[in-house]
Design a protein around this ligand. Structure first.
Ligand SMILES: Nc1ncnc2c1ncn2[C@@H]1O[C@H](COP(=O)(O)OP(=O)(O)OP(=O)(O)O)[C@@H](O)[C@H]1O
Ligand SMILES: [Mg+2]
Length: 428
C-alpha cells in the first residue's frame, strides 16, 4: 500500500519557489496520486503516507496547508491535526472524511481544522477548499508580520522613553552628587577647623594633642572615602547597575552616623540621641546609601526649626510583615514605595523623630519631589528626600512619614534584612 519514501517531494522548479507549499497526507496510494495530479501545477507539493512523516516534513520545511485523510493506520488525521498545530499554530489543515461521527468532526474543528470534505469529493470543491486555506494562511502571516512590526515599534518607543528618562535623570544625578558630597565635605571642614584650633600656634605636637589630631585625621580619611563611594554610586546609577548583594550591619552605620552628626554644624544647640540595636542586624543595603539616607533625615530634622529641639533615632525589628492596609495616606501620613516594598520579615525599622513644627498637610504630598524645598533656595536644594526615596526604592524598602503640626515629625525607614542562619532576627 505504501510505495512512497518518507520524504517523497515533487521536484521543485525555479518558479515553484514562489509557490505556496501543500502537504498531502494519506495512507492509501490512490487518493495521494489523484490529489497530486490535481495540485501539482499550482503548489509546491509534499506528500506523506503517515502522520509521523507528515510531522517531520512540517518541522523541516515551511508548509502552508495540509490535506489529510482522517482515517489512517497509525496516527489519525485528527491527532495529526493537533500535532501540526503545536508545531505551527498558523498551519491550515483540511480533513477528508468518509464515515466519521459528528463528534470526530466537532473535535477536528475545535483543534483548528480550517475545513473538511466528505469523500468522494468534487475536484472543484477540493480546489476551493485549498485555495481558501492558502488565503487564510496568507492572512495570518500578514497579521503576524504586522504584530511583529508593532512589537518592534513598541520596543523602539520604549527604548526612546528610557533614553529620555536617562537624560532627564542625568541632570538630577549630577545635582545629587553635589548634594550628597556636601555632607561629608561639611564634616571634613568642621574637623579641619577643630584640628587647627588644637594645633594653634604649637610648634610641636605630643601626647593627647597628637592622639586627638590622629583621631580626627582618621575621620577625615573616612569622609573622603565616603565622597568617593558617593561618586561611584551615582556613576553606577548612570550605568544602570545595582549591587544586589550589598549588605551592612546597622550598628556600625549608627556609630558612623553619631560621629558625623556630632561634627555637623546643623546640630547647633539641639539635643540628639541615636539608640543602637541591643543585637546587631544585617540590612540589605549598601553602607554609604544607608548613611546618606539617615544623614538626610537627621539633617532635615535638625533644620526643621531654628528653635532648640530634640532629634532621636530609634531602631526596631519586626518579625511579622507590615500590615500595609493600615498605612493610609492622608494629611498626617504618607507611605512611599508601597508597590516595590519587599515586605518580608525580619524587617528593620529606623525611626527619625523630631519635636519640631511638623509638616503642613498642603506640603506633605510634595516633600519627596526633586527640587521641592520650603527653606528658600539659598538654604536647601530640595533634593535630600528625593535622594532618600530613590535609595530606599533601590533597596526595596519603604518610608513612612507621620507628622502633626506643632507636635513634630517621624520618618520611619523599613528595610529588608539578611537572614544568614534562616533564624528570624530577635524582636524588641
Ligand atoms: N523633619 C521635618 N520637619 C518638617 N519639615 C520637613 C522635615 N523633613 C523634610 N521637611 C520638608 O520637606 C522639604 C523637602 O526636604 P528635602 O530634604 O528634600 O529638601 P531640603 O531639606 O529643603 O533641601 P536639601 O535637603 O536639598 O538641603 C523641606 O524643605 C521641608 O519643607
Ligand atoms: Mg534636606
Amino acid at each position: 500500500m505504501n510505495s512512497l519514501s518518507p520524504f517523497d517531494t515533487i521536484s521543485k522548479t525555479a518558479a515553484a519557489t514562489t509557490k505556496r507549499t501543500l502537504l498531502i497526507v494519506d495512507d492509501e496510494d490512490g487518493p495521494r496520486q489523484s490529489l497530486r495530479v490535481v495540485f501539482k501545477d499550482d503548489y509546491n507539493l509534499l506528500i506523506a503516507s503517515d502522520g509521523n512523516t507528515a510531522m517531520e516534513m512540517v518541522k523541516q520545511s515551511k508548509v502552508d496547508a495540509v490535506v489529510s485523510d482522517i482515517k489512517m493506520s497509525g496516527m489519525s488525521g485528527v491527532d495529526l491535526l493537533g500535532h501540526l498545530k503545536a508545531i505551527d499554530p498558523y498551519i491550515e489543515v483540511i480533513l477528508l472524511t468518509a464515515y466519521e461521527t459528528a463528534d470526530t468532526l466537532r473535535q477536528a474543528l475545535r483543534l483548528g481544522a480550517c475545513n473538511y470534505l466528505n469523500k468522494p469529493f468534487e475536484i472543484a470543491d477540493i480546489r476551493g477548499a485549498v485555495a481558501g486555506a492558502m488565503e487564510r494562511r496568507a492572512f495570518s502571516e500578514q497579521i503576524d508580520r504586522n504584530s511583529q512590526q508593532l512589537h518592534e515599534l513598541q520596543n523602539e518607543l520604549q527604548n526612546q522613553k528610557m533614553l529620555e528618562e536617562i537624560t532627564r535623570s542625568r541632570g538630577e544625578i549630577y545635582a545629587s552628587i553635589i548634594h550628597d558630597i556636601n555632607g561629608p565635605l561639611t564634616v571634613i571642614s568642621g574637623f579641619i577647623q577643630l584640628m587647627n584650633q588644637r594645633i594653634g600656634s604649637a610648634t610641636r605636637l605630643e601626647g593627647e594633642d597628637l592622639e586627638n589630631i590622629k583621631d580626627r585625621q582618621k575621620t577625615i580619611t573616612r569622609q573622603v572615602t565616603n565622597c568617593i563611594n558617593i561618586s561611584r554610586r551615582y556613576l553606577s546609577f548612570l550605568r544602570q547597575q545595582t549591587d544586589s548583594n550589598a549588605a551592612v550591619g546597622v550598628n556600625q552605620i549608627l556609630a558612623d552616623l553619631i560621629e558625623l552628626i556630632t561634627a555637623h554644624p546643623c546640630v547647633h544647640d539641639n539635643q540628639f540621641q541615636i539608640h543602637p540595636l541591643p543585637e546587631d542586624i544585617v540590612v540589605r543595603i549598601n553602607g554609604t546609601d544607608l548613611i546618606q539616607i539617615l544623614l538626610n533625615l537627621m539633617v532635615n530634622a535638625f533644620q526643621c526649626t531654628s528653635q532648640s529641639h530634640r532629634v532621636e533615632l530609634r531602631c526596631m525589628v519586626h518579625s511579622e510583615p507590615l500590615e500595609l492596609s493600615g498605612f493610609l495616606d492622608g494629611p498626617h501620613d504618607q507611605l512611599t514605595n508601597r508597590e516595590n516594598f519587599q515586605n518580608v520579615p525580619p524587617l528593620l525599622a529606623l525611626a527619625v523623630t523630631d519635636n519640631g513644627p511638623g509638616i503642613p498637610a498642603g506640603v506633605l504630598p510634595n516633600i519627596f519631589n526633586a527640587y521641592f524645598t520650603t527653606k528658600g533656595h539659598a538654604q536647601g536644594t530640595g533634593l535630600g528626600l528625593n535622594i532618600v526615596r530613590r535609595l530606599v526604592k533601590e533597596a526595596q524598602g519603604a518610608i513612612h512619614v507621620h507628622t502633626k503640626v506643632d507636635e513634630g515629625t517621624t520618618f520611619t525607614l523599613f528595610l529588608p534584612t539578611v537572614r544568614d542562619s534562616g533564624e528570624p532576627a530577635p524582636s524588641i
